[in-house]
Design a protein around this ligand. Sequence first.
Ligand SMILES: [Zn+2]
Length: 477
Amino acid sequence: MATGTELKVYRGVWNRQHMGGTIIQVEAEHHRLLFDFGFIYDPGRALLERDIRERPLPLPDLIRRGILPPVEGVFPSRCLGEQLSLREEVLPYEALSGEKKMMVAISHLHLDHMAGMGWVAPEIPVLLSQPSARFYDILAEVGEGVGPVRPYRGVPYEEVIHHGPIRFSFVPIDHDVPGAAGLFIETPEVRMVYTGDFRCHGARRQVTQEFFEKVRAFRPHLLFMEGTTLSSPEELPEEDLTRPDPLDPPFQTEGEVAEELAKAFSHRGLAVVNLYLRNADRLRSVLQAAEEAGRMVLVEPEWSWVYHRWWGFWLPIYVARPDAPETALPPEVWQRPWFQEVLSQAPRVGAKDVRYEPHRFLIQNSFENFWSLLDLPTEGGIYIHSGGTPLGAFDPRYPHLLQLVRSLGMEYRLLGNHGHAAPSHLLKVLAMAQPKVLVPIHSRYPERLAVRARRSFLPAHGVTYRVQAKELSQMGR
Ligand SMILES: [Zn+2]
């Protein structure tokens, strides 16, 4: 006999301070599916706590610091630590494994959605879309893996996974990272859709459009939809919520971004661009724009490796001294097994060549490698900030970056678009999806979306809800 469907939100709703990635649990007949498993992204705090050493057992501290919520039955007891009182507070995997069958699904590879997945007990399957799983493996090779090493399973888009009575599939949606997906979930009592993060102005707008057409055909009772771009009524007046296309920055299309990049690259002197490694679409736009502007793109060795593995061709690398790369690169780069292959396969350009003809090159530079710009003729050049860290004014390193760029005699330009759907687009897809009940999540102001839906529901953190006759009722904490 069916025991009903239960829902519990560990993170992702109703929070003015931070949005934190979504961690939601659906349970039916002793089977639990958790979707997304990220950390809270707080660069200000990370900077202030940078000098505090991580202890040998980091997980209990991550939970106590609120970076991960105390999710029941997923963390192995050896990681929770026996000597800590915390162990009583958080039921370890072993304590629940006889009763509940757990599974975790990850919508996309942004840290606020996946940085905690390495801490999930290795016995619990962690599933990603097939392209996400492949991209993650590549990121892990260059040291971008998260938490302890464990297996992950890549699932083709739209393939239905059976987890006891819970059935679900990864459905592609457009976001600024390869492999992004939403989830279509069905239990004996309820159909629901989780959008993950998405946008309607990106390089694959059509994919998002199709996603919401599929949502409509699926007729979900619950639609968990992100609302990252919703801000306060002072910052975003009510009339702007419905402001129609065309959208201004930061919601211009990826094609418009590429055009602006090409214009910026026609600037005299050296051009430097600060990008985010996981945004493959932006790197494509940069390559295209640089070609138009007649500049050769030189990337950091990790980037050449990652995109050789992802796209199958080698991007030329910049190393200050091509004859002795280790003199200008940190050991964690040149000691890696992939580095020798990059060195033997990718074309190399050194500081001498760039100094000779700076206008012929475009240098990709991550903030952590900022000092390598000191080898280059930066005076009179342009620094284009397009999605790399520090991401914006909420990061205390941001004003300092501006100062550093100025100190090199470069012009600073912020150029890019938002990874998330514009408010007016959120309303548009909501109208298209027509869910019975909207559950706005991953937002500081979810209520602004809630009032726009036919019916909506704002769950509280840590409360278990039961779905009965397609309605939600509270069961307590
Ligand atoms: Zn995201």
